[in-house]
Design a protein around this ligand. Structure first.
Ligand code: FAD
Length: 248
């Protein structure tokens, strides 16, 4: 669903999660250094790069003994030789998620983040996320009224601070914003850490919003690499990653 960007919002607007892959590691191959035949069997360019790195460990560059796909699945992932997957990096933009979500997300420490700034940006109009439980209980009207009140309070404090000559009107008025306010964040993460994040965030114990987003990320990742096939298959079969053991 195409949604307005934060700066284009008018009033308060319900938003839904969206993810967009904006970067992915791409291999560089030199014909005079490597036997290109080694790399041809990979469906996905990023997997060619991972397999090329792995072949350094086993000194099988140019020997073409094993297909990239088999190498990644049957050696790297099955035996948890996961440091090789750290060479691959993906960059994903996440929109239409709450600050409650992003606060959980940024607890992962091996990931790079760039988040919409509430210091810099005016939040006088904001997107928001409604929990399904609120909708199911018929409390949507009550919930949005509470958000309208928060917005009024934000705008009032912002104006009072400006009138008082403060240069920190957005920065300090944001203290009145709720966790439901939508945010936009870009993450840059390597495949090893992303596998770890799936494990944590696709467990049935994880919170619903972060589970929703990580399901979307997983569905996107399997279109670009075989490094998540085992996780995807398990998730499809069980609906979560409880008890997942990382073996195909
Ligand atoms: C269901 C659920 C409930 C949660 N509830 C709470 C809560 O109530 N309160 C709360 O504060 N947090 C909570 N969290 C967040 C949780 O504690 C972690 O901060 C979060 O899941 C990030 O994962 P991680 O620590 O495994 O690591 P990442 O930062 O993703 O790191 C990956 C791995 O690297 C290693 N690592 C990273 N940094 C270090 C380090 N400094 N030293 C040693 N090893 C390191 C660890 O093995 C770690 O597992 C919850 C998470 C989940 C999934």
């Amino acid at each position: 669903m195409q949604q307005p960007r934060a700066k284009d919002l008018v009033g308060i607007n319900e938003m839904y999660p969206e993810i967009e892959m904006i970067g992915l590691t791409f291999p560089v191959t030199k014909d005079d250094e490597h036997n290109i035949a080694d790399y041809r069997d990979s469906k996905y360019p990023v997997d060619r790069m991972i397999a090329a790195a792995a072949r350094t460990c086993y000194q099988t560059i140019g020997k073409g003994e094993q297909k990239d796909y088999d190498l990644i699945r049957s050696i790297l992932i099955k035996h948890a030789h996961l440091s090789v997957l750290e060479h691959a990096q993906v960059v994903i933009r996440i929109r239409g998620c709450s600050r409650a979500f992003t606060h959980q997300l940024v607890r992962h420490r091996h990931t790079a983040y760039s988040q919409e700034s509430q210091r810099y940006c005016d939040e006088g109009n904001f997107g928001y996320i409604i929990p399904l439980s609120v909708k199911a209980a018929g409390l949507e009207g009550w919930f949005t009224n509470a958000l309208e009140q928060a917005r009024d309070n934000y705008l009032t404090l912002q104006k009072l601070l400006r009138d008082a000559g403060s240069g920190k009107a957005n920065e300090d008025a944001r203290f009145l914003l709720p966790n439901a306010v939508a945010s936009e964040i870009v993450i840059g993460v390597n495949f090893t850490e992303l596998r770890h994040m799936f494990m944590k965030r696709l467990s049935s114990h994880a919170q619903w919003e972060i589970r929703t987003v990580f399901k979307m990320i997983l569905e996107e990742m399997v279109k670009h690499s075989c490094c998540f096939d085992d996780i995807y298959q398990y998730q499809q079969m069980h609906g979560n990653l409880n008890g997942f053991t990382m073996v195909f």
